[in-house]
Design a protein around this ligand. Structure first.
Ligand code: FES
Length: 98
């Protein structure tokens, strides 16, 4: 998945985030989930039964999208805006940049 490209579409200031040690581009105003999807991540953690999870409700209710941010675990990616230099760790990297 990539970001929508459309004439007249304005984005926030570009920033760089670190996802599992890899530099990725994002824009201020995007959520972590949006940036992860744009970077090709479809699932970023697993349930205790091994099922993939990522963005599901997108409104902060299901907690399927949790990641570790700057060392803080269980941060909802759909509710947290990106910031310059943010360090994001996922529990699962198998679907990265498919
Ligand atoms: S996708 Fe449901 S809480 Fe983030």
């Amino acid at each position: 998945m990539s970001r929508i490209q459309s004439a007249g579409l304005q984005r926030g200031q570009p920033v760089t985030i670190l996802v599992n040690g890899k530099r990725e581009s994002a824009y201020l105003g995007e959520t972590i989930a949006g940036a992860l999807l744009a970077a090709g991540h479809r699932a970023w953690r697993r349930t205790r039964h091994g099922e993939p999870r990522g963005l599901f409700c997108g409104i902060g209710v299901c907690f399927d999208c949790t990641v570790t941010v700057n060392g803080a675990p269980n941060v909802r990616a759909c509710q947290t805006p990106v910031a310059e230099g943010m360090i994001i760790e996922t529990d699962w990297v198998a679907e990265v940049n498919a």
